[in-house]
Design a protein. Structure first.
Length: 288
């Protein structure tokens, strides 16, 4: 199974969504669907399933200021998203849990929905002049009516890597994680960096070890709140890791130790396909 949140079934319809008549037609389409969130989690139907309604039904609910946001087309079927005001409905199902058990296509749709709706919640006012932004292009763009600044949903690139040397790899743990849990290293890219430079910097900052070379494996949209995880295998120079930055402990693992870890404590974190971190580990275990 492919990574969760990847291989979206949606055509984002970039050229078409600039036309208000297109968005209006999508809202009226008899097969149109709206996924609903509340407090960042997945709103549930009375049957305990993700709440999916026609836009006309969703519009009658007490929605946050973003209203109905266009997500894209699945074939001819338009998809929208909306966030129900906090307290107006019972708490939703934890977003991570919901997308762990959802069908892959729905999980990808929910991921796009959460990322865009979170952006709306954080960009209510223009960052240039402070005026209230107005929604445009089905909610995939905001425009300031005062100064004309256009605001687009942002994605923050982050490198996530498994450092290795020969038959051993280095993994770290953060203080908030359950005892015994170790995972790959990760960090946000900084302005002016290449992916390879960000990988080398993060490994050095978190372990004190030097990267010799790095190799891209895969990427994954990560809607917490809106990140692109860029997965790499990083060959490093041998040495004793010194944990720093947000890493509490970092150490070497043999292949057998990694297998035992990921077949034990790490399995409780979610299914193997849920994170590119697991893909990096499995690629290395297979000699990749």
């Amino acid at each position: 199974m492919h990574l969760t949140f990847t291989r979206t079934p949606l055509n984002h319809a970039g050229p078409q969504r600039t036309d208000p008549a297109f968005i209006d037609a999508c809202l009226r389409h008899p097969m149109a669907r709206t996924v609903l969130l509340t407090g960042g989690d997945v709103a549930l139907s009375p049957e305990g399933e993700p709440q999916i309604l026609h836009p006309a039904q969703a519009a009658d609910l007490p929605l946050d200021a973003a209203g109905l946001v266009f997500l894209g087309l699945e074939g001819d079927m338009p998809w929208f998203a909306a966030s129900i005001q906090a307290g107006a409905v019972p708490p939703g199902l934890d977003f991570r849990r919901a997308t762990m058990i959802a069908e892959p296509d729905l999980a990808a749709i929910l991921g796009r929905a959460r990322a865009i709706l979170t952006w709306h919640a954080r960009r209510h006012y223009c960052s240039n002049c402070g005026a209230e932004n107005a929604s445009a292009e089905g909610g995939t763009k905001l425009v300031c009516p005062s100064c004309g600044t256009e605001h687009f949903p942002r994605t923050d690139p982050s490198v996530i890597m498994l450092p290795f040397s020969g038959e051993r790899c280095v993994m770290g743990r953060q203080p908030a994680w359950p005892p015994g849990v170790f995972a790959t290293l990760a960090g946000f890219m900084e302005p002016g960096e290449t992916i390879e430079e960000a990988c080398a910097r993060e490994v050095a900052e978190e372990t004190g070890l030097k990267v010799i070379s790095s190799r891209y494996i895969a990427s994954q949209p990560w809607p917490f709140p809106s990140t692109l995880m860029i997965g790499l295998l990083a060959e490093i120079e041998p040495g004793e890791p010194v944990a720093a930055d947000d890493v509490e402990e970092a150490r070497w693992f043999t292949r057998e130790e990694v297998r035992e870890l990921y077949e034990g404590p790490m399995m409780r974190w979610g299914p193997p396909h849920y994170s590119v971190s697991r893909l990096l580990v499995e690629t290395w275990l297979k000699g990749g």
